[in-house]
Write a protein that binds this ligand. Structure first.
Ligand code: HEC
Length: 151
C-alpha cells in the first residue's frame, strides 16, 4: 500500500515534470527530427499568410506571389531528414513514414505538383485564379498529415 502510494507520487511528479518541460529535446547528432520540424514550420510561415489574405478578403497580388515563391523555395527542406532510425521522440511522424515509403513519396509529389500550380496561379495576379489552387495545396498538406503525422 505504502509502496504503491510512493510509486504513484513518483509517477505523478514525472508526469508533471514532462508537462512542465514540454516535449523532449532532440539530442541526436545533427538533430534530424528537430531540423525537419523546423523546415515544416518554415514552410508554414510562408504558406499560412496566403490563406489569411484570402480568408480576410485582402488579396495583395505582389505579397501573395512572394509567399508562393517562398513556399516553393522552402519545400525541399524537410525530406532528407527522414532517414532510417529517425522515428524517435519528439517526432510527430507516424511509423507509416517508414512502413509505406511509396505512399509517403506519392503524397510528397502531390504536394510539389500542387505548389507548382499555386505558384503559376499566383503569377497571374488574378484574385479569382488563386483561391482554388491555394485550397488544393492545403489539401495536400492535410492529406499527408492524415496518414503520416500523429498530432
Ligand atoms: C508528404 C507528407 C507531408 C506533406 C505534403 C506536408 N507535411 Fe507537414 N509534416 C509531415 C510529417 C511526417 C510531419 C512530422 C515531422 C516530425 O515531427 O518528425 C509534419 C509536420 C508538420 C508541422 C509540425 C512541425 C512541428 O514541429 O510542430 C507543420 C507546421 C507542418 N507539417 C506543416 C505543413 C504544411 C503547411 C504543409 C503544406 C503546405 C505540409 N506540412 C505538408 C508530413 C507532410
Amino acid at each position: 500500500m505504502r509502496k504503491s502510494l510512493k510509486n504513484c507520487f513518483l509517477l505523478l511528479s514525472t508526469a508533471l515534470l514532462l508537462a512542465a518541460c514540454g516535449t523532449p529535446e532532440d539530442t541526436r547528432p545533427g538533430q534530424p527530427v528537430k531540423t525537419r520540424q523546423e523546415a515544416f514550420k518554415d514552410i508554414l510561415r510562408s504558406f499560412e499568410p496566403m490563406g489569411k489574405m484570402l480568408r480576410e478578403d485582402r488579396y495583395d497580388a505582389e505579397r501573395f506571389l512572394g509567399f508562393a515563391e517562398a513556399v516553393v523555395a522552402k519545400r525541399d527542406g524537410p525530406w532528407s531528414h527522414f532517414g532510417p532510425d529517425t522515428d524517435y521522440p519528439p517526432t510527430k511522424a507516424t511509423p507509416a513514414v517508414w512502413q509505406q515509403p511509396e505512399k509517403f513519396e506519392a503524397e510528397r509529389q502531390a504536394f510539389f505538383k500542387a505548389t507548382d500550380a499555386l505558384l503559376e496561379a499566383a503569377r497571374s495576379k488574378d484574385a479569382k485564379q488563386v483561391d482554388a489552387p491555394y485550397k488544393a495545396a492545403y489539401d495536400t498538406c492535410k492529406s499527408c498529415h492524415s496518414t503520416f503525422k500523429a498530432r
